[in-house]
Ligand binder design. Sequence first.
Ligand code: GDP
Ligand code: MG
Length: 450
Amino acid sequence: MAAQTASPGRNQRMAVEPGKIRNVAVVGHRGTGKTSLVEAMLFQAGATNRLGVVEAGSTVSDWDEDEQKRQMSLAASVCNLEWQGRKINLVDTPGDAGFQGDAIAALRVVEGALFVLSAVMGVEVQTSRLWQRAEEHDLSRVLFVNMLDRERADFFRALESARAQLSDRCVAIHLPIGAEHELTGIVDLLHMCAYMDPEGQRESGPTDIPAELQDQVNEYREKLLDAVVETDEGLMERYLDGQELGVEEVAHALKEAVTRGEVFPVACGVASKNLGTTALLDLLVEGVPSPAKKGEPVEIPNTKIAAFVFKTIADPFAGRINVFRVLHGTVGGDANLVNLRTHGKERIGQVLVLQGKDHTQTPELSTGDIGAVAKLKDVATGDVLLDHEEPVELPKIDFPEPVMSFAITPKAKGDEEKMAAGLRRLAEEDPTIQLRRDQQTGEQLLSGLS
Ligand SMILES: Nc1nc2c(ncn2[C@@H]2O[C@H](COP(=O)(O)OP(=O)(O)O)[C@@H](O)[C@H]2O)c(=O)[nH]1
Ligand SMILES: [Mg+2]
């Protein structure tokens, strides 16, 4: 599906320089619209030419057959798009607690996290857990209150839940125009403009803020300014002096504050109708630091090339695919790298750029970029590939411990080997799954999250 809808423009023929990359993990509770939002961003940026729907199994990101059947993401999916001359790598993650391994691994390799909240539910259990993780990794965070069109949706209640349960430095950067089924658009408080509901079409350019919203817009613009000037002494002095601050200088100060993780802007919209996508993409480009600015998420000294494998796909056709982030240097096809864990040599055949299930070849990827490689000999999630052997410690992804175990046996006798192969593949894809044989009973035990 993705192969037909993706535009040829996204084929990456050259390495993208680290200053022009934004890596963003899309996280949140299950069912908040993460996959739909990724779909909207790909569509708005022109990486696809239609807006896929989760229920129809037509999104770029939920490409697995099981995902389409269950209408939910079971594994992380990597996509990319171009916006304002920047390459944005999006890692859409599953929100379900049982599949949180992929979300945890994704937060290890990005500079920014996009937290998607439902305007009906506000902050939920998984939102808070992942917020904690993002905090540990010192990530820039942007929130998106989705589903403004649903019955009982309330942006302001969701905003308050974020301020109370996540951080009081969460501040509205967008406001809804109308509510529930009478929602007609959103206001961008930073650039002081509005976007009207495109109803699933591409969003058109900004328009004027409706006059009847002026009081509310002024109130929330002031709250935004208060939060921003607090992070910038020079601006604070002038603000207290009663001077008018320009849109550009506020935008600049906000960008710095978001980059440093001192302000968490709260955007809003309707992912399934593509409302709010333009302002959100602008915010990601402006607020999330590039790999050049932020530095490496995992430091490996004394090497020219280092790549960190944060996900493994056991593809029945292409074989094992390892998804990695380049920590530093350039990873090109035909490179010979060493696996820090096994000390084995691995030859990189072709470097791949991922768009959901769709892969295209690229000659090389530079520092900070995310890509994949197929058919390596023995590479697993958490491995580091280097240009030469170096006695450094392997970085750890802090996966949660299994919470339950089952003893399993094949339905038919004689299928033991087939079952074992299937289970090994499962464990390879999901590092929170563990397999072992019980010494006493000889039973095969499968442990994992619930
Ligand atoms: N009304 C409404 N439905 C939405 C919106 N965004 C997503 N949905 C629907 O909500 C369900 C869950 O969306 P999905 O993107 O799979 O959520 P995820 O689990 O966070 O990836 C799907 O049925 C979507 O079509 C929205 O903004 N408004
Ligand atoms: Mg999803």
